[in-house]
Ligand binder design. Structure first.
Ligand code: GLC
Length: 473
């Protein structure tokens, strides 16, 4: 067993450099949590590598020079930079396919196919440039999955040493565009795989096929992806990889998400001073233009406006709750149709429902600290981070029993859990929540039980460590 395991950790986004969604939170915090693990036997030298998207924010970048990767008869230039985050080296890869598009994810599948294939292969080639070599290549989602496939085919072609491949699945339905001819252009052969035929040219399936371990971001999601309902056509294939598939729950950054110190809040509080939370509700109500009344239950949705998240189910449920005394706030951006539906809902109930269609991290924190319940009726939810943050802030989650929601929220102990992805099921759960809300003592118990949950990264990071160790023996 080596004393140090070198891990090349690839992602399309990572906080604080570039963040679009939950993947950015995880890729920003997990590598650091891994490096921080104090284990006497083994140390993890995890290094993060990201595309140098034009929207990346990074200071003090150190140029690492130029190199190139072969494509056909010619070469594609790669420019690499290095930054440091809490002592962790972070590499940025630049080149024409990355500059070709300003955003992290494009609506143009071809641009993304070019960009992420180039990125994944250039990240592998970077190792020689910096004279540091991974024992484990750890990719996240489809964007970087080609690195795991490419590192395996490299071994076949060049007899390179064994490098283990790990893929974390944050969102299985997104498998990426056809990259077959792009891979071949870079000299990466398409293997005979036991994947379904349609999947044999797609980055995520290829990566999964080549990987030594697959990690789903929650234990429940690890089981769900083996079923036709959630398996997106790969369930049969994934069943053959059962032995090497794990479910490891994401953590959250409990230092940043701490109501006792969060500078975005009007008043800080903790589990022993929950009464101070009321001031945050009052501030939130007045900021949103809602009646400032502690007795009215305030429901919140903090989410990407996406069918995955079931926000449409929540809109329908809220609409049917005409006779119930509640207030609601909806924060997020995304699908224009869902944004429009949210706007219509608040037009219908201007006194009751407020809608903020934007990304606003500060307001999100104020909502966690000031609202009473968080609605998450997701159709599927690999892990979900908002419900964990909400619990830390004494906001009680009302969630569907899917994926990580099922693993993090305990019905009637830390929140309310319902089964069917249906507005009526959500409505029943919300009404049950509102009923308990009237009973101050019971409500406080729910809040405190949620605040006591340990959602820090340490336990999960240790599970990743065990997986790495089992692969590099
Ligand atoms: C994706 C999933 C979400 C998960 C996040 C981080 O955004 O939809 O459930 O929490 O990735 O893993």
């Amino acid at each position: 067993m080596p004393k140090t395991i070198n891990v090349l950790f690839l992602a399309a986004e990572a906080d604080p450099f570039v963040k679009v969604g939950g993947l950015g939170d995880v890729a920003g915090s997990l590598p650091r949590a891994l490096r921080a693990l104090a284990d006497e036997d083994v140390k993890l030298d995890v290094r993060l590598v990201l595309p140098y998207h034009p929207v990346v924010k990074a200071d003090d970048l150190k140029p690492l020079g130029m190199f190139s990767i072969p494509r056909g008869e010619s070469e594609v230039g790669v420019e690499a930079f290095e930054s440091v985050l809490d002592g962790m080296p972070v590499y940025f890869i630049d080149g024409d396919p990355i500059r070709a598009n300003g955003s992290v994810y494009s609506l143009d599948a071809k641009l993304d196919a070019e960009k992420y294939t180039f990125f994944s292969l250039a990240a592998l080639a970077l190792q020689r440039q910096i004279n540091w070599h991974a024992d484990v290549v750890h990719a996240n989602d489809w964007h970087t999955a080609v690195s795991v496939y490419g590192s395996l085919t490299k071994r076949w072609e060049e007899g390179a040493k064994h490098v283990a491949g790990v893929i974390t699945l944050h969102n299985l339905p997104f498998m990426g565009p056809n990259v077959g001819s792009i891979l071949e252009g870079y000299g990466v052969k398409l293997a005979q795989t036991d994947l379904p035929e349609w999947a044999r040219v797609m980055p995520l399936p290829l990566g999964l096929w080549a990987s030594d371990a697959i990690v789903a971001v929650s234990p429940t999601y690890a089981k769900e992806i083996l079923t036709p309902e959630y398996g997106c056509g790969l369930d049969g294939f994934l069943q053959t990889r059962r032995e090497t598939t794990h479910g490891v729950l994401n953590g959250i950054d409990v230092t940043s998400f701490n109501p006792a110190h969060d500078s975005a809040l009007g008043v800080n509080f903790d589990i022993n001073s929950l009464e101070k939370r009321a001031a945050n509700k009052n501030l939130l109500q007045s900021r949103l233009g809602l009646r400032t009344d502690a007795e009215i239950p305030l429901l919140a949705i903090v989410s990407r406006m996406d069918v995955q998240k079931g926000v449409d189910l929540a809109f329908t449920a809220l609409k049917s709750m005409k006779s119930v005394n509640f207030q609601a706030v909806i924060l997020g951006t995304g699908d224009p149709k869902l944004e429009e539906a949210a706007r219509k809902l608040s037009d219908l109930f201007p006194e009751k429902i407020k809608v903020e269609l934007r990304y606003d991290a500060g307001l999100a924190r104020q909502i966690y600290a000031g609202s009473d319940m968080l609605l998450m009726p997701s159709r599927y939810e690999p892990c979900g981070l908002s419900q964990m943050i909400a619990m830390r802030y004494g906001c009680v989650p009302i969630v569907r029993a899917a994926g990580g929601l099922n693993d993090t929220v305990k019905h009637k102990e830390t929140g309310f859990v319902f089964e069917k992805p249906h507005p009526m099921s959500l409505m029943a759960a919300a009404k049950a929540g509102i009923k308990v809300f009237q009973d101050k003592e019971k409500w406080k118990k729910l809040q405190q039980a949620g605040m006591l949950q340990d959602f820090s990264w340490e336990n999960s990071a240790r599970k990743y460590l065990e997986i790495y160790q089992s692969l590099v023996k």
